[in-house]
Ligand binder design. Structure first.
Ligand code: BG6
Length: 463
């Protein structure tokens, strides 16, 4: 197929499900508002819904996501919609999709369905010849360990070439995360210090002040490590740790990111602390004796020339005190303590702080002298914040990119497998979860793994 041709239809498998309701319809509506929704949208699912019922569902989704502020855009979206109901095991479902596609020849198939159905649908698309000149968009989780990810890649490749597969990790579509790549390689001052000679440690916290809610059935098969660390936080690590890409094409970025995953040391039993919030086992659809973690803190090493010996600490959890995500890259202290306050200085050395959510910002912390005759100072932050409401949401951006054949913000086969290889040893071989009280920073054992590096920095939603 021509590498960059625009998809001429969007087929959404699982159109009656949660993901479509929460993320995909609002993204399509936003595209319609910008005049960027120009192709038919064919929803597919098992329930025997009327088109009218689907229309109601779409309208409800948009109302909940922020309201209908452009009736023409909503009408446009509804008028583009078709609905095919059927069983994914049944060849007739795929014939019906073909018919609904009409003259479209280059559809993008979005698998907004549970991972257990990916294989059936991919094979169904292949058998019905619906994969030719087509693209497939696959939601996370992409596999649940190394073996299942490899198997899934194998199945997908029997039907789709790698450059037609778009694996979504919505973190890659976030403004603040795209800025990591830009900030690192569009500035020259960072490169000399961005290595083991100057960086003492790197820590990332993705904190959420809510629980699993209605997602217990999914979450209890996944846990924090699979849900957000192996994918979202590892992608952030790769962007922070990668070497400069050799060129401007996105393949060059993918190559460097894949090298980071390959250089990560596989995790061992004592590299991580798993926690579970009080009352998790009473959540709907959660096993009564569940050992699934709702909190995870770990230390990681990247065995590369640049990062040898630098610890990377990652932490995430549900029901923590606040909802915010931040990275702290802490630099080593100066070699000599020259000033009067040096002995009494406690706290962190200079650092770079990337704030990823709820807003996007970068802060550089440096010590400055306080007015007076003594050489005494304090650490202050130079703060660069970027806030532009009305920007594309990650789903809108990623959907548009996939339909345009732009793979820059998606994950590549080798990188996904290499990331699984890092966590694979501890998916089964781990200590039991440690309980923690809701709205605390997880079990106290999590503090031990980072004690030597100044402790955790706790991000706040208002900072
Ligand atoms: C999802 C996880 O992928 O990412 C959720 O399944 C998590 O459990 C979410 O809450 C976090 O994403 P964001 O964009 O809200 O930070």
């Amino acid at each position: 197929m021509m590498a960059k041709s625009q998809s001429d239809a969007l087929v959404i498998f699982g159109v009656t499900g949660d993901l479509a309701h929460k993320m995909i319809f609002p993204a399509l509506y936003a595209m319609a508002k910008r005049g960027a929704l120009k192709v038919p949208v064919i929803g597919v699912a098992f329930p025997k819904w009327s088109l009218e019922r689907l229309h109601k569902r779409v309208t409800d989704s948009i109302e909940r996501a922020g309201g209908v502020d452009n009736k023409r855009a909503l009408q446009l979206l509804l008028s583009q919609l078709k609905y095919v109901s059927g069983d994914y095991q049944d060849a007739k479902t795929f014939s019906a999709i073909k018919e609904a596609l009409g003259n479209a020849r280059r559809p993008a198939h979005y698998l907004a369905i549970p991972p257990s159905l990916f294989e059936t649908v991919i094979r169904g698309l292949g058998a019905a010849k619906l994969a030719e000149h087509a693209r497939v968009i696959v939601e996370k989780p992409f596999g649940r360990d190394l073996a299942s990810a490899q198997e899934l890649n194998k199945v997908a490749h029997t039907v789709f070439p790698e450059d037609s597969i778009f694996r979504i990790d919505h973190y890659l579509g976030k403004e603040a995360i795209m800025n990591i790549l830009y900030f690192r390689f569009a500035n020259s001052f960072l490169e000399p210090i961005w290595n083991r000679n100057y960086v003492a440690s790197v820590q990332i916290t993705l904190s959420e002040d809510f629980g699993v809610g209605k997602r217990g059935a999914f979450y209890d098969t996944a846990g924090c490590l699979r849900d957000v660390i192996q994918n979202h936080l590892f992608q952030v690590v790769a962007l922070l740790a990668m070497e400069p890409p050799a060129g401007r094409d996105f393949g060059a970025v993918h190559n460097e990111k894949a090298k980071v995953f390959k250089a990560m040391r596989p995790l061992g039993l004592n590299d991580l602390v798993r926690g579970q919030y009080a009352g998790y086992r009473l959540e709907p659809d959660v096993a009564k004796r569940s050992d699934v973690e709702t909190f995870c803190a770990l230390q990681l090493f990247i065995d590369s020339w640049r990062w040898d010996g630098v610890p990377w600490y990652l932490r995430s959890g549900k029901f923590l005190p606040d909802t915010a995500t931040e990275i702290l890259v802490e630099l080593k202290p100066p070699p000599q303590k020259l000033f009067a306050d040096a002995g009494s200085v406690t706290g962190r050395s200079n650092y770079v702080r990337f704030r990823l959510s709820p807003n996007s910002a970068v802060a550089l912390a440096a010590r400055v002298k306080l007015a007076g005759k003594d050489f005494v100072g304090e650490q202050r932050e130079l703060y660069l914040s970027e806030e532009r409401p009305g920007e594309e949401t990650p789903y809108e951006r990623l959907l548009g990119d996939a339909m345009a054949g732009n793979g820059a913000l998606f994950t590549r086969e080798d990188a996904v497998e290499a990331a699984w290889a890092v966590v694979d040893p501890v998916l089964k071989d781990h200590h039991r979860v440690r309980p923690y009280k809701r709205h605390t920073w997880g079990p106290k054992e999590a503090d031990t793994i980072i004690a030597a590096d100044g402790g955790w920095h706790n991000p706040s939603s208002t900072a």
